[in-house]
Design a protein around this ligand. Structure first.
Ligand code: GLU
Length: 439
């Protein structure tokens, strides 16, 4: 059986690192099993969902290297949901309720005051036909609740292990609002059946929904997918991420110039038993991927760690992975500078150091040393051995060694006291510019 997973964002905003982590985990399972990945827009809330957000989410996933095999929109399937909901009405599983939000609220408070759990009492289920007709004549419109069986729902969660939820303790969930619009619960279960979803992988905030959706799926005669609920990410402060987008959105990580694979590696390995290390493409992540490695404890996301990971990724990134993004650079330039950047955009700093203009820094005491060094500059052609040839000669001539020898040359040639190996930079700068900088 082909594995079919889905990522189901609501296009009511852009995705952040926590949502992206869900998408990446699903994508990794699809890659690992040669399966399929469905991108499903959960846009039943037509007032808050926009196409622009959906396009943004698609672009974010694309940047992360996730290429859905199929894209679906819940907003295009309302007629289908209506049919299914009617079937549930006929079967007595979906029943009309007339309580207002205020009435429900008061009832809950009374229950809690008496030490009872605030579970819906099914008052509307007990209405006679006459009572219902009377309420409707008053202009009340029903919302619709799913009548739970009230039994122990069990599944073997691929991350959390064996789960048991007794739906006797749950309120019958509202599936359809007064205005006929759908809450997330029913369309999601219908789609998971219709699209042949074999694995539902999502955040642990959906664990209770799973018990309800298993009941709904069974009521619809669908087969129950495997479920895996991962823990949620917290920020470095230990608080949940959900409400705080800002710099944690995938769009802003991209704008900050982070590498997609640094974000992917971080999101994929965070909260697993593997060390977080940079992977330049998905293949390494796929081979080590196992849902069982995901911890049940909340995983802490720290932007500073991501920045470090980004730098580490760049430090070993081969030329092929950047050549299309590095304006006018050469492989030799890339290999020289990659160890000295934290973001790819930092490369332009070193491009300036190579091509200039550079303001050489020469201390008063070093003037004659620099002039003497200039006179010893070997003729071209230059390669990475030129630096040693030159500085050996300078050393013999000046009697200087170590920092006293190298630092004045670095300052004169680059204007900086740090940077890539001069052995590699020297041939890139070239004799003509070196002569100018030493003058
Ligand atoms: N739209 C839901 C959410 O973003 C999807 C949950 C699910 O994967 O079923 O929370």
């Amino acid at each position: 059986m082909t594995t079919i997973v889905r990522f189901a964002p609501s296009p009511t905003g852009r995705i952040h690192i926590g949502n992206a982590r869900t998408a990446i985990i699903n994508w990794l399972l699809a890659l690992k099993t040669g399966g399929q990945f469905v991108l499903r827009y959960d846009d039943t809330d037509t007032a808050r969902s926009t196409e622009e957000y959906a396009r943004g989410i698609a672009a974010d996933l694309d940047w992360l290297g996730i290429k859905p095999h199929r894209v679906e929109w819940q907003s295009k399937r309302f007629a289908h949901y209506d049919e299914i909901a009617d079937g549930l009405r006929k079967a007595g599983r979906l029943y009309p309720c007339y309580e207002t939000a205020d009435e429900l609220d008061r009832r809950r408070k009374r229950q809690m005051a008496r030490g009872l759990p605030p579970v819906y009492d099914r008052a509307s289920l007990k209405l006679s036909d006459d009572e219902r007709a009377k309420l409707e004549a008053e202009g009340r419109k029903p919302h619709w609740r799913f009548r739970l069986d009230g039994r122990m729902i069990e599944w073997n969660d691929l991350i959390r292990g064996p789960q048991h939820i007794d739906t006797t303790g749950l309120s019958d969930p509202v599936l359809v609002r007064e205005d006929g619009t759908y809450l997330y619960t029913l369309p999601s279960a219908i789609d998971d059946i219709d699209f042949g979803i074999t694995h539902v992988i999502r955040g642990e905030d959906h664990v209770v929904n799973t018990a309800v959706q298993i009941e709904i799926t069974q009521a619809l005669g669908g087969s129950i997918p495997a479920y895996a609920h991962h823990s949620l990410l917290t920020g470095a402060d230990g608080k949940g991420l959900s409400k705080r987008l800002g710099s944690l959105s995938i769009a802003s990580m991209r704008e900050q110039g982070l590498e997609a694979m640094a974000v992917v590696s971080h999101a994929a390995l965070l909260g697993t038993s593997d060390n977080i290390h940079p992977c330049a493409d998905y293949s390494e992540l796929v081979s080590g991927f196992d849902l069982a490695k995901l911890s049940r404890a909340p995983a802490r996301f720290d932007e500073v760690e991501l920045a470090h990971l980004n730098a580490k990724l760049l430090h070993h990134l081969p030329w092929d992975a950047v050549k299309d993004r590095l304006d006018g650079g050469t492989e030799a330039f890339w290999l020289a500078i990659r160890g000295n950047i934290e973001k790819l955009s930092d490369a332009s700093l070193w491009a300036n150091v190579v091509s200039g203009p550079v303001t050489p820094v020469v201390a008063e005491d070093d003037r004659s040393f620099i002039a003497g060094s200039k006179a010893l500059l070997p003729p071209e052609p230059w390669d990475t051995s030129t630096w040693k040839t030159w500085t050996d000669a300078v050393k013999a001539d000046s009697g200087r060694k170590g920092k006293a020898l190298f630092m004045p040359l670095r300052l004169a040639l680059t204007g900086l006291d740090h940077g890539p190996e001069l052995a590699q930079l020297l041939p890139l700068i070239g004799r003509q510019r070196v002569l100018e900088r030493l003058s």
